[in-house]
Design a protein around this ligand. Structure first.
Ligand code: TPP
Ligand code: MG
Length: 335
């Protein structure tokens, strides 16, 4: 188990995520921020694992199927003792074990992902094998909501029900966005929960950025595991893409864009700094940033990858709020 509380680990995951994507110019910070709470609660309060014995037979199996958010799991593994925190800085670099998408070359990773739509099928196979062998370990898999556009997901959903895989828990990071737009504008998926229910699963729907709701949901999955219906369970975790940095929240731009030098990096760091829980350090900028660069209306962020509906109107206003609060000790927002 982790030395951190889930709130502390979630903060450290977000802080590492900003640094890792900033250093490497790597994508998917929005996806890392939205799933950080799910990953933190799993690695502090739920999963059984042994960092010094990553292949320990008694471990719960875990797959991050939305493998583009690999930095979140890399950070959780490093913080939980699987490898050195210093190695996180090599993310996305040539020759690094910490490839942009999740790689099983790293201790603690059971299955490589990145090509969306495969993780649930792998998890179903693992859960099926564990069940056939009469073993008690559980299998957890985290999916993206956009990922559920893939047909292979629904084949695996059918299979899990048919074989009554009550040792399987899928968690969907339901941030309502995918890479270029909102989910509903891309492929309509609602009523999402009803679809899983119709396929025979237990469905729990929660606020996936609330640690208490996440813990309650995981407790329920254990109750369901022991009931007589033997159904698999899905937790639909409603989250906010980019959660934790105000100008990234619900802005599709931050699916691909990384925090650049200047106001983007400085403001992200200062917002996190102002929301830091007690009892932990910022490993990169322990005192925040002394004179953060603040965005002005005329700043253009070379919106080359994708589009953003709103940044021109709301970014400068939010930056000014950070500037005003930097010295006051007041929290910009609660993570
Ligand atoms: C098979 C496949 N097609 C396309 C991509 C490119 N891609 C990377 S992330 C992404 C969007 C995923 O959206 P979602 O599952 O909602 O994840 P989120 O980033 O919102 O957490 C896409 C299309 C991919 N990785 N794999
Ligand atoms: Mg999504």
């Amino acid at each position: 188990m982790s030395k951190w509380s889930s709130e502390q680990l979630a903060w450290r995951i977000r802080r590492h995520g900003i640094e890792m994507t900033h250093l490497s110019g790597g994508s998917h910070i929005g996806a890392i921020m939205s799933v950080a709470d799910v990953i933190a609660v799993l690695y502090t309060d739920i999963l059984n694992y042994r960092p010094r014995e990553p292949k320990w037979e008694g471990r719960d199996r875990f797959i991050l199927s939305k493998g583009h958010a690999g930095a979140s799991v890399y950070a959780a593994l490093a913080e939980s003792g699987f490898f050195d925190i210093e190695e996180l800085k090599s993310h996305y670099q040539n020759g690094s074990r910490l490839s942009g998408h999740v790689s099983h070359h790293l201790p603690g990773i059971d299955f490589s992902t990145g090509s969306l739509g495969h993780g649930l099928s792998a998890a179903v196979g693992i859960a099926y094998a564990l069940k056939k062998d009469g073993r008690n370990e559980r299998t957890f898999v985290v999916l993206g909501d956009g990922e559920c556009d893939e047909g292979s997901i629904w084949e695996a959903v059918l299979f899990a029900n048919h074989f009554r895989l009550n040792n399987l828990v899928a968690i969907i990071d339901h941030n309502h966005m995918q890479s270029l737009d909102f989910q509903e504008n891309t492929i309509e998926i609602e009523d999402f929960g009803s679809k899983w229910k119709a396929f025979g699963w237990n469905v729990i729907e929660i606020n996936g950025n609330s640690h208490d709701e996440l813990r309650d949901a995981f407790e329920k999955t254990d109750v369901y595991r022991r009931d007589t219906f033997h159904k698999p369970t899905v937790i639909i975790a409603n989250t906010i893409k980019g959660y934790g940095v105000s100008f990234m929240q619900n802005d599709i731009l931050w699916h691909y864009r990384f925090p650049h030098d200047g106001w983007e990096y400085d403001t992200a760091i200062m917002e996190l700094y102002l929301a830091k829980p007690e009892g932990i350090e910022d490993p990169y900028t322990p005192n925040g940033i002394e004179n953060p660069v603040i965005a002005v209306e005329t700043d253009d962020i070379n919106n080359d990858h994708t589009f953003s509906y709103t940044w021109h109107t709301h970014y400068p206003e939010r930056m000014r709020r950070v500037e005003a609060l930097s010295g006051s000790g007041e929290k910009v927002h609660q993570i």
